[in-house]
Design a protein around this ligand. Structure first.
Ligand code: FES
Length: 318
């Protein structure tokens, strides 16, 4: 019996999906203004702090917490490189090994507590990357095939393969760097524009009535986590509780201050605050901004409330 001929286009949907998804994942991290901002709940630093106590590779996260910016950039640029190389069909097995390593890292951290296991996407990505990892080629149009074809036609095929391969890798590195730089510049612009006061920004200054109604006459014991006037009504700021766990302090439009753990009870991702609710970017969990109760998605239990009080214009963790 002869060998079965595999049509190259049979793998095209998987190749496009992995390539586009990893390219998008890398770019979306880099153009997120909060990704490298340690005070943002969506930052890589806060994610590391939240996940290190519940991951089987928590000791690695503990090390990486010392250089969160470097780790964040490496993850984003790694995803971008893997995605672009997959789309171009360059160094297929090496790109697949990178994709498999990234997916495994996310599985052991972000998705480790996802139950049942197939609710988490990272385990599916791990399985998907084994296809190019084992085959070593996508077939069809690719830079690897182009290099092999031109090298075979040369009098010194090894030298030709080396020169063409180095050129392709250099070009891909330039493309990756340019895309990362554009995304980072976009993040910088969005951060600058959101920091500038606009006409729609609610005034953070408390009124005299607000002071007399909301603040306690005696100073409570505990740590100051925010100046009340600096948290606009309807917004939230992040802080860490006494155990180092990320949390969110919410200034309700009613004037009340409440705080909740920012760690999603589903699989440990960090939640954000938007339009009066907490939302989890990992699997679409949603919690009430007033009570922390689950209102949508897979989280099994409410967000844990953190006790705070306000005195003399300062919010205390009590
Ligand atoms: S981690 Fe799954 S919804 Fe939050």
């Amino acid at each position: 019996m002869g060998d079965v001929v595999r049509p190259w286009w049979a793998l095209l949907p998987l190749r496009l999906f992995l390539g586009v998804t990893f390219t998008y994942a890398g770019l979306s991290k880099l153009w997120n203004p909060g990704y490298l901002d340690g005070s943002s709940p969506s930052s890589v630093q806060q994610q590391i702090l939240a996940l290190q106590h519940q991951s089987p590779i928590g000791f690695l996260l503990g090390w990486s917490a010392h250089a969160p910016t470097l780790v964040g950039v490496l993850i984003a640029v790694g995803e971008l490189s893997v995605g672009l190389a997959t789309l171009a069909g360059l160094l297929v097995r090496i790109a697949a090994a990178g994709g498999f390593a990234l997916a495994t890292t996310f599985f052991l951290t972000v998705s480790w507590h996802t139950h049942p296991y197939f609710y988490g996407s990272d385990i599916v990505f791990m399985a998907a990357w084994t296809v190019p990892l084992l085959l070593g080629s996508w077939g069809g149009p690719s830079l690897d095939a182009f290099i092999a074809r031109h090298a075979a036609a040369d009098a010194d095929p090894d030298r030709r393969r080396l020169v063409l391969g180095a050129g392709a890798v250099g070009g891909m590195a330039l493309l990756t760097g340019a895309a990362a730089a554009v995304a980072a510049a976009a993040a910088h612009g969005r951060r600058a524009s959101s920091a500038a006061p606009g006409p729609s920004s609610p005034s953070p200054a408390p009124t005299k009535t607000h002071r007399s109604q909301r603040q306690q006459p005696t100073q409570p014991s505990g740590r100051v986590i925010a100046q009340a006037a600096q948290v606009a009504p309807g917004s939230a700021v992040s802080f860490t509780d006494n155990s180092g766990t990320p949390a969110l302090l919410v200034h309700e439009t009613s004037g009340e201050f409440r705080a909740f753990s920012a760690v999603c009870t589903h699989a440990g991702c960090l939640v954000g605050y938007q339009s009066g609710d907490f939302f989890c970017p990992c699997h679409g969990g949603r919690y009430s901004g007033l009570t922390g109760a689950v209102i949508a998605g897979p989280p099994p239990t409410p967000l844990q409330q953190v006790q705070v009080s306000v005195s003399n214009g300062e919010v205390f963790l009590t």
